[in-house]
Ligand binder design. Structure first.
Ligand SMILES: NC(=O)C1=CN([C@@H]2O[C@H](COP(=O)(O)OP(=O)(O)OC[C@H]3O[C@@H](n4cnc5c(N)ncnc54)[C@H](OP(=O)(O)O)[C@@H]3O)[C@@H](O)[C@H]2O)C=CC1
Ligand SMILES: O=C1CO[C@H](CO)[C@@H](O)[C@@H]1O
Length: 274
């Protein structure tokens, strides 16, 4: 497993396990399987409604809590300083934990203009030692600039949709300049067209790997953190088995050229759901 060092010195596994669209019960078995395979980083959120199931897996796992890296997120309806503190305590309770490693704002929801206050609540939780790191999801450059100007703690990462068809080059450049990692959500294009791409298929054949493994390798070699999701035991293993080969710079460039700025999810400025 590769670890990255976040801007506050905390180490985080570069490959983690996502659990969106996994029912609470199934989350327990999927996370237990993932931990058995060797994943130690788990990405959940209040809105996934599976924090209880994830917490159960953590409790039943044979790996000590301090070796795990648990991420959860504050949902749009809980934004604002006081609401965020309450939402965090509720997440902690559902997870059955006394701290989380990383707490993230789920969407900026710019129309409501509360993400600065929300972030200030994350700073308070961080200063109180209840979270080991804080960050954001789905922040565009202008949203990050506001945090950098108006808040004290630089987010450790920005979790955004990213895969070969949505490379996020401009955002990656901005984040790198400010020592903020990019973490890719839907890194496998939600199991979609990118997994069938002919260019990626050819590269995969030459390494005797799957297209999913090549895509994950592309993310890792781009210095991106990844959190693929699967409830299929063989795929949970497959997605972890990406540290025994390297893509050449020609192969990396060939995948870079597939970018078409095509999103599966909403644009952050259009996601003002409450
Ligand atoms: N911050 C945010 O706004 C968001 C965060 N996320 C986070 O990112 C995580 C990952 O993103 P997600 O949207 O789930 O999508 P992914 O890109 O991880 O793709 C998951 C889909 O791909 C399939 N799959 C997984 N591995 C393979 C494989 N090796 N071969 C073929 N198919 C495969 C899965 O099927 P199956 O499970 O049936 O095996 C599932 O349908 C989420 O689970 C969540 O934690 C996601 C969306 C938004
Ligand atoms: O992480 C995510 C998945 O679930 C949410 C919806 O229920 C999305 O909005 C979000 O981006």
């Amino acid at each position: 497993m590769n670890f990255v060092t976040l801007n506050n010195g905390l180490k985080m596994p570069q490959l983690g396990f996502g659990v969106w669209q996994v029912e609470d019960d199934q989350a327990t078995s999927a996370v237990k399987k993932a931990i058995e395979v060797g994943y130690t980083s788990i990405d959940t959120a209040m809105i996934y409604k599976n924090e209880v199931g994830v917490g159960k897996a953590i409790k039943e796992a044979s790996v000590p809590r301090e070796e795990l890296f648990i991420t959860t997120k504050v949902w749009n309806t809980d934004q604002g300083y006081e609401n965020t503190i309450k939402a965090f305590e509720a997440s902690l309770e559902r997870l059955g934990l006394d701290y989380v490693d990383l707490y993230l704002i789920h969407w900026p929801t710019p129309e409501f203009d509360q993400y600065v206050d929300t972030y200030k609540a994350l700073e308070k939780l961080y200063k109180d030692g209840k979270v080991k790191a804080i960050g954001v999801c789905n922040f565009e450059i202008e949203h990050l600039e506001r945090l950098l100007n108006e808040c004290e703690v630089v987010p450790v990462l920005n979790q955004v949709e990213c895969h070969p068809y949505l490379a996020q080059n401009e955002l990656k450049e901005f984040c790198a300049k400010h020592n903020i990692f990019v973490e890719a959500w839907s890194p496998l294009d939600q199991g979609g067209e990118a997994l069938q791409d002919e260019v990626i298929q050819k590269i995969a054949n030459s390494h005797n790997k799957s297209t999913a493994q090549v895509i994950l390798r592309w993310h890792l070699q781009n210095n991106t953190i990844v959190i693929p999701k699967s409830v299929t035991p063989s795929r949970i293993e497959e997605n972890f088995n990406v540290f025994d080969f390297d893509l050449t710079s020609d192969e990396m460039n060939a995948i870079n050229e597939l970018n078409r700025n095509r999103r599966k999810g909403p644009h952050p400025n259009e996601m003002n759901v409450r």
